[in-house]
Design a protein around this ligand. Structure first.
Ligand SMILES: *Cc1c(COP(=O)(O)O)cnc(C)c1O
Length: 362
């Protein structure tokens, strides 16, 4: 088959290795693992790797992805981790066995939708601990919701509670923060008179607690996306290294469409770029540059992709072109050559949603 670019090469073997590394970390600490697949738009080939590695749940924020996973024959229980829209509950009960919830009105409607299907659906009530995205902030309302699910909504099972950290509010998942979450979980347990099965203590940003050995004992489930599929946040932002994690499960390939020596500072009166920004341009004289045929439309921010080869640097991008400095590249780069880039969560969410980017598995 003739190659077409841009494409995204996915190394399923390396993905599988990463899942096993994180799963082993969790196993040693009595923590169940939900493999979150939304960071790469959750195709079934990848979900199968999570299933083979034996994760307890496959999780996504998007029902489309969970539906695709189920259609691909994956039997691992699915978890919807974006609190549900009222308008998607009928689909939710078919796409997921578990869901995160934070609104009493939605819980009541969900119970009805599940009743029509004639099964039981497991809910995890989200508890707000300061990151300020989803979750019950008022403890009274949290307890009210828990009692409602426990006693009055026959088609729902209160599987547990969960917390979100390090998302909107950039709040760190410290031992103290997660202990706050455990305290709220125990308040729920006291009110319903039994232990909860699941205390879901966050995502990738909670992995340092396992590495430091100070995860509150009662936290027994994590929902990990980035830390498995990309492995870049731990070293780059939290300064932890998880031994053996592959940071190149995904490699982006784009084709060179122009190579020319040009000035580095624009010539003329400067206003704004194609996206209304006023970038700063460093004048480094005349340098050799390459344009590759991929742009912001495909990956979002050009500085969230990183050339694999030494000596190649991203200068910037417009919708459909990315401008590279290749003055210091270790080889002659010509029109038609292919340049490889490492990607991260923030670029993958766009790349894997772009109809212009093909997947290649190996
Ligand atoms: C995206 C998401 C996760 C996974 O986050 P990572 O940082 O990728 O591990 C976990 N929980 C919820 C509710 C999410 O939305």
């Amino acid at each position: 088959m003739k190659s077409r670019y841009p494409c995204l090469e996915v190394n399923l073997f390396k993905l599988r290795e990463n899942i096993t590394i994180v799963k082993n970390m969790c196993d040693k600490n009595g923590i169940k693992l939900a493999g979150v697949i939304k960071g790469f738009s959750g195709f079934a080939e990848a979900a199968k790797m999570y299933e083979d590695a034996g994760v307890d749940f496959i999780a996504s924020s998007r029902l489309e992805q969970l539906e695709q996973v189920k259609a691909g024959g994956v039997k691992t229980p699915c978890m919807c981790i974006r609190i549900a829209m009222l308008s998607e509950l009928e689909r939710l009960v078919h796409a997921a066995e578990y869901s995160l919830q934070s609104e009493i009105e939605v819980l009541k409607a969900l119970d009805k939708a599940v009743g029509r299907k004639g099964t039981i659906h497991n809910v995890i009530l989200m508890v707000e601990c300061g990151d300020l995205r989803e979750g019950f902030w008022s403890e009274e309302e949290l307890v009210e919701a828990a009692l409602l699910v426990e006693n009055d909504l026959p088609n729902l099972y209160l599987a547990g509670v969960g917390v979100n950290v390090g998302c909107y509010g950039s709040v760190n998942a410290t031992n103290a923060k997660l202990q706050e979450f455990v305290d709220k979980a125990e308040l729920v347990e006291k009110s319903i008179g039994r232990k909860l099965d699941i205390l879901s203590g966050g995502g990738t940003s909670s992995l340092p607690r396992i590495l430091d050995g100070d995860m509150p004992e009662r936290v027994n489930m994590l929902r990990v996306g980035e830390g498995i599929a990309f492995g870049k946040d731990m070293p780059d932002y939290y300064f932890y290294d998880i031994e053996g994690i592959n940071k190149d499960v995904f490699i982006l390939k784009a084709e060179v469409v122009e190579v020319k020596r040009k000035p580095t500072h624009p010539i003329g009166e400067l206003v704004v770029d194609a996206f209304g920004n006023k970038p700063v341009y460093e004048d480094r004289g005349i340098r050799n540059r390459a344009l590759v045929a991929i742009g912001r439309v495909d990956y979002g921010d050009p500085f969230d992709i990183e050339p694999v080869e030494e000596g190649i640097k991203v200068l910037g991008a417009s919708s459909d072109h990315t401008i590279l400095d290749i003055e210091d590249a270790g080889r002659e780069i010509k029109v038609g050559d292919v340049i490889e880039f490492g990607i991260r969560y923030s670029s993958s969410v766009y790349l894997t949603n772009s109809p212009n980017v093909r997947y290649v598995f190996y």
